[in-house]
Unconditional design. Structure first.
Length: 535
């Protein structure tokens, strides 16, 4: 998405049109809101959307490059903001952030945006547009979940990367872009559960905790520690100067099930809890001792049911900082007992919300209201417990797949408006939010109508729908080519467009069969034994 040079005269003429187009694009992204959000949620969001769009328009007038980042043409970098800030490279630059807090921020810690690369990894050119936008939205860092997009090397790991994985040069370029925009980078590498991208391969199948399922690695296998530490070393080496490394450890569904782990528990007189904690501590201790200054982060869900005594005795708090994740609007379901336990055990805690990818494994429209309620609920928790817990940062997650084998969730560009709204909210703009939705009416159709007139009426739009779907497929392929490689485009079209195409084709064929009928059977109709096409 390279910028287009245009004369200042043309830019001035186009400003109003671009602003209108920007508003239209942001609204159309969520035109299906009425299908995913309640009327009450939509209604109480109006004033906030107006403020967001006013900020967007004002920002576009001051900074034409910002408009281009929202996929609008002919914007040039012309920021007039007078505030300055210091980027990660130590250079003082103008503060051109879109989100300027309008009151006291609801969250004082770091604001990290999660990029899930196990699905739809962006082209490098997209990062050139994304990272300045993230900074403008108030982001302080990014959590890069590479999975098989990382270029692991060496005889032990060379089969892990996907064929379209980033190269070392690519990652260095991504890091440079991030640091130039004042964003710290936190790599995420799974070290316990969610290792499907490794354990799916025959080469590593023997390291599965349960032979049938490539989800969890056996912590007692002779090769586990050496393989994981080699992966860690390669990731850290390619990310010099990082302060944090996320090692996953969530959703370890299978634990202590294999013979090796059973023997280890007998030998050490461990429970399954102790087996889990010993592996987490071992990995984190390795990072702390081998890579001085790097603090391991872990997801917290496997800690929640452990006792305070178990956590203290493992000394896990000396080695890791937990990231407490909850992506639903009812974060309060996390009990006060859990928070009291964490306050006693961990000197610092992170939290994790979601801006997309948390409402279903195959969604393609982001439910902004749902995610805003998630952030509201999180800020209530922060307000309630900040007197006893040091909340170091929030990770605003944007899941692209539920796991390695799942289909794609909403694509990243479609989730950007949700990200903007939620970052604005936690930075102090805490009024209600509204995303415009086009009301759609669906007329009732008698499914047993067989004579031509109602069939013609009911299917009048069918040909238009087929044609529009063809145009959508064409336009999506063109648009996605600017952000993703062809593999992602093919997968998205196969997942979301082709099933609709097939369904419309079947409806069209049924319509044609019905409209060609000239004679109909006498009553009563034998609905059980007759072919429906004969009725």
């Amino acid at each position: 998405m390279s910028s287009n040079d245009a004369s200042s005269h043309a830019a001035q003429i186009g400003d109003a049109g671009h602003n209108d187009l920007m508003s239209k694009k942001l609204q159309e992204i969520n035109e299906f809101s009425s299908m995913t959000q309640s009327a009450e949620q939509i209604a109480r969001q109006k004033s906030f959307e107006e403020r967001i769009m006013a900020d967007v328009h004002g920002k576009a007038n001051r900074d034409e490059k910002f408009g281009r980042r929202l996929m609008l043409p002919n914007y040039k970098n012309n920021a007039n903001s007078k505030e300055n800030h210091i980027n990660g490279d130590g250079v003082v630059r103008e503060d051109t952030r879109l989100i300027q807090p309008k009151g006291s921020p609801l969250f004082e810690g770091q604001r990290i945006v999660h990029l899930d690369l196990k699905g739809a990894p962006p082209r490098l050119s997209y990062y050139e547009e994304l990272f300045p936008l993230l900074r403008d939205l108030g982001t302080t860092g990014i959590l890069m979940e590479y999975e098989d997009m990382f270029p692991f090397t060496g005889p032990q790991l060379q089969d892990i990367p996907a064929f379209n994985a980033y190269s070392k040069s690519d990652i260095k370029q991504i890091l440079t872009l991030a640091y130039n925009n004042g964003l710290q980078v936190i790599p995420l590498i799974q070290t316990f559960g969610h290792l499907e991208y490794v354990l799916k391969l025959s080469k590593f199948a023997d390291m599965r905790e349960v032979p049938k399922y490539p989800q969890v690695i056996c912590p007692s296998h002779n090769s586990t520690f050496s393989m994981l530490t080699t992966m860690i070393d390669q990731v850290v080496e390619l990310h010099p100067g990082i302060k944090y490394l996320h090692i996953g450890c969530d959703e370890v569904y299978y634990l202590g099930d294999c013979v090796r782990c059973a023997m280890a528990m007998v030998d050490h007189k461990w429970s399954k809890t102790q087996l889990f904690l010993s592996h987490v501590v071992r990995m984190a201790k390795y990072i702390r001792q081998k890579h001085s200054g790097v603090i391991p982060l872990t997801w917290d869900d496997e800690f929640r049911d452990l006792t305070e005594t178990e956590l203290h005795e493992s000394n896990v708090a000396h080695w890791v900082e937990p990231v407490v994740w909850k992506y639903t609007p009812d974060v309060a379901i996390l009990t006060s007992e859990m928070w009291d336990k964490y306050s006693s055990v961990f000197p610092a805690v992170w939290i994790a919300s979601a801006f997309k990818g948390a409402t279903g494994p195959d969604k393609y429209v982001t439910d902004i209201s749902y995610h805003l309620e998630n952030h509201r609920s999180w800020m209530d928790i922060v307000a309630s417990y900040s007197d006893r817990i040091h909340f170091r940062g929030i990770v605003v997650t944007g899941w692209q797949r539920y796991d390695h084998f799942s289909v794609l969730c909403e694509l990243l560009p479609a989730g950007i408006p949700s990200l903007a709204v939620n970052l604005a909210y936690i930075q102090g703009d805490n009024k209600a939010c509204h995303m415009s939705a086009r009301e759609r009416g669906v007329s009732s159709i008698d499914p047993f109508a067989r004579y031509p007139e109602p069939v013609e009426h009911a299917t009048a739009e069918l040909d238009r729908c087929r044609m529009e779907l063809t145009y959508i497929e064409r336009d999506m392929k063109l648009a996605m080519a600017e952000v993703y490689d062809r593999h992602t485009a093919v997968e998205w079209v196969s997942t979301f467009i082709q099933p609709l195409t097939i369904r419309l084709q079947k409806l069209w064929e049924a319509k044609e069969r019905l409209l060609t009928k000239e004679y109909w059977p006498r009553r009563p109709l034998d609905m059980l034994n007759s072919n429906s096409q004969d009725l």
